[in-house]
Ligand binder design. Structure first.
Ligand code: NAD
Ligand code: TYD
Length: 349
């Protein structure tokens, strides 16, 4: 049985991944470590909560005593680090938590992995680790900064992050890389484009627009709405991460994208049309400071070397996603009650 530590497994992508891995490979058991911040929600995991191959631990990736205790208790051979502060807009108003969680948290996990996986704990320069161990850092295309109207991010594109969020993720990537180079730790970094799908917190573009459309509330489009993102269904992202766990070469970075560039305004209009609402709901609001104009991922490396490519078409994915948000009203109501309203009023005042 492979023992995998998934951090941030109560968030959007992490919860989809926990369910994906339990279903896809019965040789894995999962410990999900999550602090349950505003973005973490155990409701995302009700259908597998009683699975004997699954356990939840509430805790912080910055807590090294806890992480070391968990390594001793469970003897993990794989770590997949999803835990992060993940919202660019929040990073503009509260950058500090992004630095501590995303950077220090990652370094804490790396240190524990190095300590518990090293073959000779007394040799400070030992670069040999137990067979089959792996640390996978879930990163983002945002570390590369913004593109103009042409070109794509490859794994060799220089890091040039523009928001406190992307700067914290780029810093974490560099620390992960340093642990590979300096200590020989078996790592991979995946850099994925924008995800969408079930259980995404409605502060991000697609679920926010679906939820506002449902309530016939105005749809806040930043600036001219011509910013471009490369959208990928979350299940394709989970599949790509699993592929990297199985086949990724130690120390390598793999970009993951949807081959699916769309302008924000076109996504908003598609949601309006699919939900039978009117475009008069659109309101152009003040642009996000430092807003990256365009992201686009070149998938060549993961496709050619590991045989992964996205399966979901955007049309199918978005229609299923809208349907999911409409059918799961209770979930939406729950996550948008309380502090969400406070956040929303402050953000869009
Ligand atoms: P999310 O905000 O939905 O979930 C983050 C989870 O991390 C939450 O469950 C939260 O409770 C947990 N968490 C936060 N701080 C923690 C801490 N200190 N200790 C333990 N748990 C903590 O984020 P997401 O959209 O699921 O993204 C997951 C990862 O994927 C992030 O690392 C993000 O940078 C990356 N990523 C996201 C996207 C995207 O489009 N959403 C795209 C590429 C990469
Ligand atoms: P978001 O979902 O926050 O992801 P990211 O900033 O990580 O790409 O935003 C996606 C795009 O949608 C981004 O260009 C900002 C834009 N956006 C809006 O125009 N209005 C909104 O209310 C939100 C949340 C995002």
């Amino acid at each position: 049985m492979k023992k995998i530590l998934v951090t941030g497994g109560a968030g959007f992508i992490g919860s989809n991944f926990v369910k994906y891995i339990l279903k896809t490979n019965t040789e894995y058991s999962v410990i999900n470590l999550d602090l349950l911040t505003y973005a973490g929600n155990l409701e995302n995991l009700v259908d597998i909560a009683e699975d004997p191959r699954y356990e939840f631990v509430k805790g912080d990736i910055r807590d090294s005593d806890l992480i070391n205790e968990l390594f001793t208790k469970y003897q993990f051979d794989t770590v997949v680090n999803f835990a992060a502060e993940s919202h660019v807009d929040r990073s503009i108003t509260e950058p500090e938590i992004f630095l501590t969680t995303n950077i220090i948290g990652t370094q804490t996990l790396l240190d524990a992995s190095k300590k518990h996986w090293k073959l000779n704990p007394d040799d400070k320069y030992c670069r040999k680790y137990k067979q089959g161990v792996k640390f996978l850092q879930v990163s983002t295309d945002e570390v590369y900064g913004a593109l103009g109207s042409t070109g794509m991010f490859t794994e060799t594109t220089p890091l040039s992050p523009n928001s406190p969020y992307s700067a914290s993720k780029a810093s974490a990537d560099m620390i992960v890389h340093a642990y590979h180079k300096t200590f020989g730790l078996p790592v991979n970094i995946t850099r994925c484009s924008n995800n969408y799908g079930p259980y995404q917190f409605p502060e991000k573009l697609i679920p926010l627009m679906i939820n506002n459309c449902k309530h016939e509330k105005s749809l806040p489009v930043y600036g001219d709405g011509m910013q471009i993102r490369d959208w990928l269904h979350v299940s394709d992202h989970c599949d790509a991460i699993y592929t990297v766990l199985l086949k990724g070469k130690d120390g390598e970075v793999y970009n993951i994208g949807g081959n699916n560039e769309k302008a924000n305004i076109d996504i908003v209009k598609l949601i309006i049309k699919t939900m039978g609402k009117d475009e008069s709901l659109i309101v152009h609001v003040q642009d996000r400071p430092g807003h990256d104009r365009r992201y686009a991922i070149d998938n060549t490396k993961i496709t050619n070397e590991l045989g992964w490519s996205p399966k979901y078409s955007f049309e199918k994915g978005i229609s299923e996603t809208i349907d999911w948000y409409l059918r799961n009203n209770e979930w939406v109501e729950k996550v948008t009650s309380g502090s969400y309203q406070e956040y929303y009023d402050k953000m869009y005042a």
